[in-house]
Design a protein around this ligand. Structure first.
Ligand code: AMP
Ligand code: MG
Length: 417
């Protein structure tokens, strides 16, 4: 059985990278992944300008005229830069171009204006309250390399740099299927032995958040014939133009990712692995982690990656984070966020060593340092604690747990870095 690092490395080594590129306007680029380097189309700032509402002047004029100079003219936002007449000051506003000849700006709170004459403070030096051309970045500078997932902050930078559209990887297509005889959709009454299905919705949402074009494959019974038929049907509906052009039939089915939940274990009705073994190639099955030991990964045809995730809802969420998320980033020539933090355990945790374990936990600030609380209810069927969960505590395979007060490694959920 692979350990966590081996399984993650095997996935990264086996991920096929997306190659179809499309150009989208900036307003549609949120969460997309750059396919080319992006360069600045202008210097920024594009011209010397004022950082304050105040008065522009030439520093050497001040002492020569007893710190009293006549007001002459105005520099406004959006107007071309004017010229400062010698021995005068010019009114200027935040973002307005610095007039030629001026070398500093005094903020309006520091001056007195009477009868068109401005009285200035005695401590004025050159370069006060100025934003210089190009001090942020220069025309042609590379702002982003390929494989950057664009955030709202990135869009602000790109717009500032005059970039109107970006080349991004076309969205990968993902199919999500839940398996289990016991599963019914929320809303329907529960018959004895039935439970509400939750993994499919969560997986579809997570994939959509990562930028995939998702297809809901529904829920299928624990029956290999039914699962194979469902996959076949889904693939027939998928856009198979490219596959046909390349002369490929089943099993290249127009999806980049197929993610299933449940049925990947060793029970009599665990049929998912069996079906993937028939239609594709399993790279590995089972990873030495908790929650989520039974997980299978592999390929179907030339294009499709499949992940058979465990059915327990918490296992399904954690294994998505550990395995599917990095694969989706890698498909986009990008790296999944990998920031970890060290925090002090608020409570102790004992266990038998063997598997790398992930605990649902709450990270919080206590008098200026980070404490982390492993939540009560770590069973992989227990979703209640997810309300408080903002990090996972990572317990190394050989560890027997930790004492209250000792440092632990935490993985923030939802971090972009
Ligand atoms: P399995 O991996 O199929 O053995 O399922 C493990 C546990 O997860 C069982 O208690 C299942 O009832 C439950 N389970 C499986 N699939 C789902 C699902 N899609 N939503 C909620 N619970 C599930
Ligand atoms: Mg099952």
């Amino acid at each position: 059985m692979l350990n966590l690092e081996q399984a993650q490395a095997a996935i990264l080594a086996a991920v096929r990278r997306g190659s179809r590129i499309e150009t989208v306007p900036l307003v549609q680029a949120l969460g997309r992944y750059t396919a080319t380097a992006l360069n600045a189309r202008t210097d920024h700032p594009a011209f010397d300008n004022s950082a304050m509402d105040g008065y522009a002047m030439r520093t050497v004029d001040l002492a020569a005229h007893a710190f009293r100079l006549p007001l002459a003219g105005e520099a406004r936002c959006g107007a071309a830069p004017g010229t400062l007449a010698s021995a005068t000051v010019m009114r200027i506003f935040t973002g307005a171009p610095l007039p030629a000849g001026a070398d500093t700006v005094v903020m309006q709170e520091d001056v007195q204006v009477e009868n068109g004459v401005v009285t200035l403070p005695r401590n004025v030096v050159p370069d006060q309250n100025l934003r210089r051309r190009g001090e942020d970045f220069r025309l042609g500078d590379v702002l982003y390399a390929p494989g950057r997932r664009l955030s709202a902050w990135d869009l602000a930078l790109l717009a500032t740099a005059g970039v109107a559209e970006v080349a991004v990887y076309a969205r990968p297509r993902a199919l999500v299927v839940a398996t289990g005889d016991e599963l019914v959709a929320p809303g329907a009454p529960l018959k004895p032995g039935q439970i509400y299905e939750s993994n499919r919705l969560a997986t579809l949402s997570l994939l959509a958040q990562l930028g995939a074009d998702v297809t809901d494959g529904g829920t299928v019974r624990d029956d290999p014939v039914a699962l194979r038929a469902l996959l076949q049907r889904a693939c027939d509906f998928a856009d198979r133009t490219e596959a046909r052009a390349a002369g490929q039939g089943w099993p290249d089915c127009g999806f980049d990712f197929i993610v299933t939940s449940g049925g990947a274990s060793v029970g009599d009705y665990d049929v998912v692995k069996q079906v993937f073994a028939e239609i594709g190639e399993i790279k590995f099955w089972k990873v030495r982690i908790k929650p989520g030991k039974p997980i299978a990964f592999g390929h179907v045809g030339e294009r499709t990656h499949f992940f058979a995730l465990p059915g327990n809802p918490v296992s399904s969420l954690v294994t998505f984070k550990l395995f599917v998320e990095p694969a989706v980033y890698a498909w986009h020539h990008a790296h999944a966020p990998a920031l970890t933090l060290r925090a002090q355990a608020a409570n102790g945790f004992r266990r038998r060593p063997g598997r790398t374990e992930f605990l649902r936990a709450r990270l919080y600030n206590h008098d200026g340092h980070l404490l982390v609380d492993a939540l009560k209810g770590q069973g992989s069927h227990m979703l209640g604690p997810l309300r408080e969960t903002n990090v996972l505590i990572r317990v190394e395979a050989e560890s027997a747990g930790f004492e209250a007060g000792s440092p632990v490694t935490v993985i923030p959920l939802g971090a972009e870095f």
